[in-house]
Design a protein around this ligand. Structure first.
Ligand SMILES: Cc1cc2nc3c(=O)[nH]c(=O)nc-3n(C[C@H](O)[C@H](O)[C@H](O)COP(=O)(O)OP(=O)(O)OC[C@H]3O[C@@H](n4cnc5c(N)ncnc54)[C@H](O)[C@@H]3O)c2cc1C
Length: 400
């Protein structure tokens, strides 16, 4: 098959979708992106771009912009109920290990990728794949709103609850693996925090953080807590029930936590979900393939999913180009290239959960003691002590 005549439907205009569209177009394919939201989602949460993702961004010419939008935490304040807070100037300490690590708001990154591709790639907003019918020559796709179309290939880059995965591979619960915690992100109305500043309140099995966003200093809150049982989806989707669950999970914590919980009611953008990994290997079937969170999410907030999405989408496009659009060969080569990296990335979340959410009061005290000692240590050593960062950096920085 000639690349130029190969049409590729990409479901999802988040991170993996537009990134893949960029590379497919550059290699001569004809991608079309369908996004179910009526417009791109702004803001959201910060995401991490480790070295391989920044290398890809360099090749796309967008690395300078990403560095400009950097929201990396510069000052960290650790609070514990009834204890004196600890302040850390991370800038002063950050020379060395992770210079190539940049943090940006997910919404800003998604908008940048869209901007970089929108003149060359067809985007359809406000629609979603309804059915997929594959035959030896292509895939017939029905949409919720637009007319049916036929494509050579279909990519599900539509996130952890991917509709393409559901239609082509099976129900979500077959692929979702709960990692033992839940996360909420929201903007308590009126909360202002300078960009680059983060306050973390640490308790046993729970962590609350507030940080500033770059544009207007809007403060955003993250609540992360450990729980043996996954909260059922119907409860998580019910706003009042979610708020009650979050209040119960953080009951008794001091510091800024009561203020954050008070802001829950009026927060319009509350995101609340179980932290889960997607394991779908092999993430291709016939002419249909998954990219990013849809195929191999390593776990929201604890797994570095954005770097994995960059590396995965870039690898998929490269393999399609290398094989001249021979999808069977391309998907097999892509899987072979990526599976170890994804396996290692999936190993980050359990460690991150242990480090971020101490299981006992003694471990909370230990985390504080380590942080208190940090300014006295050389940068390389303190980064080694913060084992989550060390492990995530090591794993995510070694792309295939
Ligand atoms: C709370 C939270 C915190 C996180 N923290 C971090 C972090 O600190 N560092 C990090 O690296 N990563 C983090 N992540 C993960 C990161 O956001 C993802 O790994 C990354 O966005 C993956 O990109 P993606 O394109 O695969 O999926 P997404 O960014 O989820 O994009 C999927 C797109 O598909 C669209 N879509 C959904 N359904 C359909 C449909 N039916 N039809 C068409 N389009 C559809 C969505 O609207 C969206 O635009 C976090 C995630 C969450 C939820």
């Amino acid at each position: 098959m000639e690349p130029r005549s190969t049409t590729v439907l990409i479901s999802g205009a988040g991170i993996a979708g537009p990134l893949l569209a960029y590379w497919l177009h550059r290699y001569g394919f004809t991608p079309v992106v369908v996004e179910h939201a009526p417009a791109l989602r702004a803001g959201g949460h910060p995401v991490d771009l480790f070295e391989p993702a920044m290398d890809i961004a360099d090749q796309m010419g967008i690395a300078p912009w990403i560095r400009e939008a950097d929201t990396t935490t510069r000052t960290l304040r650790l609070e514990r109920t009834g204890r004196r807070p600890i302040e850390l100037d991370l800038d002063r300490l950050s020379t060395g290990a992770t210079e190539r690590h940049v943090e940006v708001m997910r919404g800003d990154l998604s908008a940048l990728l869209h901007e970089r591709t929108r003149h060359d790639v067809e985007y359809v907003f406000g629609d979603s794949v309804r059915s997929l019918r594959e035959d030896p020559g292509g895939v017939d796709v029905e949409f919720d709103h637009g007319p049916s179309r036929r494509f050579d290939l279909v990519v599900g880059a539509d996130g952890t609850r991917s509709v393409v995965r559901r239609l082509a591979f099976g129900p979500d619960d077959r692929f979702h693996h709960y990692v033992g915690g839940h996360v909420a992100v929201f903007a308590p109305p009126g909360l202002r925090v300078p960009a680059g500043r983060m306050t973390v309140h640490l308790g046993v099995g729970r962590l609350a953080a507030v940080y500033g966003t770059p544009d207007d200093g809007e403060g955003r809150a993250v609540l992360l807590f450990r729980r043996a049982e996954e909260i059922p989806a119907e409860e998580r989707r019910d706003r009042d029930r979610s708020r009650a669950l979050l209040r119960a999970a953080f009951a008794g914590e001091g510091g800024r936590v009561p203020e954050l919980l008070a802001g829950l009611d009026a927060a319009e953008d509350l995101y609340f979900d179980a932290i889960g990994q997607v394991r779908s290997d092999p993430w291709h079937r016939g002419r249909i393939v998954l990219a990013g969170d849809a195929g191999y999410a390593p776990g929201a907030a604890v797994g570095g999913g954005t770097t994995v999405a960059f590396v995965g989408a870039h690898s998929l496009a490269r393999w399609l180009a290398r094989t001249g659009g021979d999808h069977a060969a391309a998907f097999a080569g892509h899987r072979e290239e990526l599976r170890d990296y994804i396996g290692r990335a999936h190993g980050i979340a359990p460690t991150a959960m242990r480090t971020l959410l101490p299981t006992s009061a003694a471990r909370v005290a230990l985390s504080a003691a380590v942080l208190r000692a940090v300014p006295l240590l050389p940068a390389r050593l303190w980064r080694a002590l913060l084992s989550t960062e060390r492990r995530a950096t090591r794993v995510l920085s070694k792309a295939p």
